[in-house]
Design a protein around this ligand. Sequence first.
Ligand code: R5P
Length: 282
Amino acid sequence: MIVSGSSSQSLSAALAAATDADLAPVSFERFPDGELMAQVPYFDADEAVIVASTDSSDAHVELLQLQDAVREAGADHVTTVIPYMGYARQDAAFEPGQPVSARAMAKALSPGTDRVLTVNPHEPSITDHFDVPAETVDAAAQLADPLPADLTEPVFLSPDEGAVDIAETVQTAYGRGRVDYFEKTRLSGSEVEIEPRDADVDGRDVVLTDDIVATGSTMAESVAALDDMGAARVYVTCVHPMLAADATTKLARAGVEAIYGTDTLERAASTVSVAPAIADAL
Ligand code: R5P
């Protein structure tokens, strides 16, 4: 049976349809003191596939509870699908005294599961932190699906070299165009500086690609740079459309044509489903 966290309901339903599995009923409650209670009132299967993006601290707690609830209900085998794994970007102690949050989360989730799947984490090696088999699912190719067929001499561009593999995957799936990247320096959690390099974008349509759009600063700065460089239409695509706070309006003000993301996070921009990719991996 598929068991959904509160942040992954559409994706869980799509995955149940894709795998012909039953979707368990789940209820979510909050007590007056703020504590959470995620319950699986009816569970009748040997195997549980829990699908829960951990896009908030509450979602992490909820996932721990769901893992425990299905074991309590008799599941012999538990697979935990974390479509968007929160805290995964803190994959190292960047300054003295900092935690490796990705490791802390992985260690906490490991005892409740036999297997983990996560979609395009910022740093794939975070799977090493789990104490059970953990794999990544690459859903980037699907980001080509919503793009218009008539892109003019498209350039698939990542805001930094680290995400250029996503640009390459989307370009291959689209079937034509060039791949390039900018250089990015992060100044703070919400400020970045984009160095455009000498990408040839004049008069061309540009598809910006990244793993996550969080505050939107990276993409807004990139769109502004592309505008200065004479790019035609600029599309923003990402696997995880976090789009926190004013990210959507920031991008609209920057002049972006459209924002496309997947349903690892359920937002207005989640036009593409990762359900087929997860179904294959399962
Ligand atoms: C980090 O390098 C990631 O690949 C993204 O570029 C980053 O998370 C985007 O963050 P924001 O939208 O806040 O600029």
